[in-house]
Design a protein around this ligand. Structure first.
Ligand code: NDP
Length: 450
C-alpha cells in the first residue's frame, strides 16, 4: 500500500487528534503549531510516516486524573482536581513542571506536556516530556493551606513518579515552597530520600544553584544569541517584560546585567512602567517576599507608574519577553509592538503568542524565538539538578550558570541550523520543531512500536 503524502498525513493526524480531543483548544493549538511546520521533515523522512511517529506523538503514553481533598483554615473540606500527563518517554524519564492555577484543566496540561517533549529534546539532556498540576489557586491561601493541599496532591502523585520514571518540577503557582512541601510528603510516604524525584528543591537539601534563575536567564541568553546572529546586541536596548513571577524576574535581572533596560512587569491586576529600569530587588520584595500585587512596586518607586488592567505591549520597546501565560500576545498586541519598533520577541512563557501574532512578527521580519527553545533553560537546569543528585555532588553558581549558557547557545545553534536545513534561515519556529522532532522520532523509530 502506498504511503500518504506528507501533507495528507499531517492532515489525517490533525483530524484524528481533533476528534479525540473535543473541547481541548489549548492542546489542539499546540498540536497545529507543531505539525503544520513538519511537512518538509516528513518529506525527507517517509519512514516516520510509515512508523506512525506523529500518530503516536500526539497521544500521551499515560494520563492520570485524581481527586485532591484538603481542609482549609476554617475546617471546611475542599476538593480540587489533580493531573499528570506522561506524554513521551522515548528520550528519558518524563520531565516537566506542575502548574497550580484555577485555569488548569486537561487541555492546558496536555498542551504543556506536548510542548515539553520538543523542548526537552532540544536541551540534549535525555529527558522525556510530561506535565501536571491542579486547578488549586494558591493566591490568598495561608502557608498551612498550601502545605495541606501539597501533601494531599503528593499522596496520589507518589504512585506515578520517580527518578527513572517521571520527575516533576515547578511552573505557575509552584515554586520552592510548594516543591518543599511535596518533597517532604514524598519522603514521608516512601521512607526514602530520593532527591532525584523532584527538581526545583531548596539548594540546602538537593537543589541546584541557578535552577531558580535558569528559565529567565536562559531566555535572555537565547535572545542574545539570536540578536548576535543578526549583528546586534542587548546592551542599550529597552525591553518590555510581562509577568512578575519566577521567569519574568530573572529575565529582567539578566537583561539589566547585559546592559539592557527592562522597563515593565505585570501581574493579573495590571502592569508597571519604570523608565529608569525595573529595580529587581524591589520587585522581588513585592512579589516573592510579600506576595503582594504589582501596584505596590509603583507605590514605592517615584519613577514608576501602575496601569490597571492594561497590557505591557503598548509600551514602545526594542525587545519583548512575554513571561506570564499562554496567548497573552494577540494580533492587536503584535501590531502595537511592531508600531513601537520591536526588533525581537523571545517567549519566556509557554505559547504566549497566538499563531496570528507569530505570523505577523515573521512577516514584519521581527526576530521571534518560540518558548520551546527560548525557555528550555529551566528544564535543562533541572536535568543538571538530577545529574548532581545522582552523583551526590553540588556545582557552584558560576559553574552552573556557565553550563546553562553553553546549553542555551547549543539550543540556539541547533534551532538555527534546522531552520537553514529546511529552507527558512532564521525561522526559529520551524527550526525548533524540526530539530526536536527528528531527535524524538529517531529514538521512537529505533525503540519499535510501543
Ligand atoms: P509564576 O507563578 O512564578 O508567575 C506567573 C506570572 O504570570 C505572575 O506574575 C502571574 O500574575 C502572571 N500570570 C499567570 N497567569 C496569568 C493570567 N492568566 N493572566 C495574567 N497574568 C497571569 O510562574 P512562572 O514565572 O514560573 O511561569 C511563567 C510562564 O513561564 C508560564 O507560561 C510557564 O509555563 C513558563 N515556564 C516556566 C518555567 C519555570 O521554570 N518556572 C519553565 C519554562 C516555562 P498573578 O500573580 O497575578 O497570577
Amino acid at each position: 500500500m502506498s504511503l500518504p503524502t506528507a501533507e495528507e498525513h499531517v492532515h489525517a493526524v490533525l483530524a484524528t487528534a481533533a476528534r479525540r480531543s473535543v473541547g481541548e483548544k489549548e492542546f489542539m493549538q499546540a498540536v497545529h503549531e507543531v505539525l503544520e511546520t513538519l511537512t518538509p521533515v516528513l518529506q525527507e523522512h517517509p519512514e516516520y510516516i510509515e512508523a506512525g511517529i506523529l500518530d503516536r506523538l500526539v497521544e500521551p503514553e499515560r494520563q492520570i486524573l485524581f481527586r485532591v481533598p484538603w481542609v482549609d483554615d476554617t475546617g471546611r473540606v475542599r476538593v480540587n482536581r489533580g493531573f499528570r500527563v506522561q506524554f513521551n518517554s522515548a528520550l528519558g524519564p518524563f520531565k516537566g513542571g506542575l502548574r497550580f492555577h484555577p485555569s488548569v484543566n486537561l487541555s492546558v496540561v496536555k498542551f504543556l506536556g506536548f510542548e515539553q517533549i520538543f523542548k526537552n529534546a532540544l536541551t540534549g539532556q535525555r529527558i522525556g516530556g510530561g506535565k501536571g498540576g491542579s486547578d488549586f489557586d494558591p493566591a490568598g491561601r495561608s502557608d498551612g493551606e498550601v502545605m495541606r493541599f501539597c501533601q494531599s496532591f503528593m499522596t496520589e502523585l507518589v504512585h506515578h513518579i520517580g527518578e527513572n520514571m517521571d520527575v516533576p518540577a515547578g511552573d505557575i503557582g509552584v515554586g520552592a515552597r510548594e516543591i518543599g512541601y511535596m518533597f517532604g510528603q514524598h519522603r514521608r510516604i516512601t521512607q526514602r530520600y530520593e532527591a532525584g524525584t523532584l527538581t526545583g528543591k531548596g539548594v540546602g537539601w538537593g537543589g541546584a544553584e541557578v535552577r531558580t534563575e535558569a528559565t529567565g536567564f536562559g531566555a535572555v541568553f537565547f535572545a542574545e544569541e539570536m540578536l548576535r546572529k543578526a549583528g546586534q546586541g542587548i546592551a542599550g536596548l529597552k525591553a518590555a517584560v510581562s509577568g512578575s513571577g519566577n521567569v519574568a524576574i530573572h529575565v529582567i535581572q539578566k537583561v539589566e546585567q547585559l546592559g539592557g533596560r527592562a522597563i515593565t512587569a505585570s501581574d493579573s491586576s495590571g502592569y508597571i512602567v519604570d523608565e529608569d529600569g525595573i529595580d529587581v530587588e524591589l520587585l522581588k520584595q513585592v512579589k516573592v517576599v510579600e506576595r503582594a500585587r504589582i501596584s505596590a512596586y509603583a507605590e514605592r518607586r517615584p519613577s514608576a507608574r501602575f496601569v490597571k488592567d492594561g497590557k505591557v505591549w503598548d509600551v514602545p520597546v526594542d525587545l519583548a519577553f512575554p513571561c506570564a501565560t499562554e496567548n497573552e500576545i494577540g494580533l492587536a498586541d503584535a501590531q502595537a509592538l511592531i508600531r513601537g519598533g520591536v526588533r525581537a520577541v523571545t517567549e519566556g512563557a509557554n505559547m504566549p503568542t497566538t499563531p496570528e501574532a507569530v505570523a505577523l512578527f515573521q512577516e514584519a521580519s521581527v526576530l521571534f524565538a518560540p518558548g520551546k527553545a527560548a525557555n528550555a533553560g529551566g528544564v535543562a537546569t533541572s536535568a543538571l539538578e538530577m545529574r548532581q543528585n545522582a552523583a551526590r555532588s553540588r556545582w557552584d553558581f558560576d559553574t552552573s550558570e556557565n553550563r546553562l549558557h553553553a546549553i542555551m547557545t547549543d539550543v540556539h545553534d541547533s534551532t538555527y541550523e534546522a531552520s537553514e536545513r529546511y529552507g527558512r534561515p532564521g525561522d526559529y519556529v520551524l527550526g525548533a520543531n524540526a530539530a526536536a522532532f527528528v531527535t524524538v522520532s529517531q529514538a521512537m523509530l529505533e525503540q519499535g512500536v510501543i
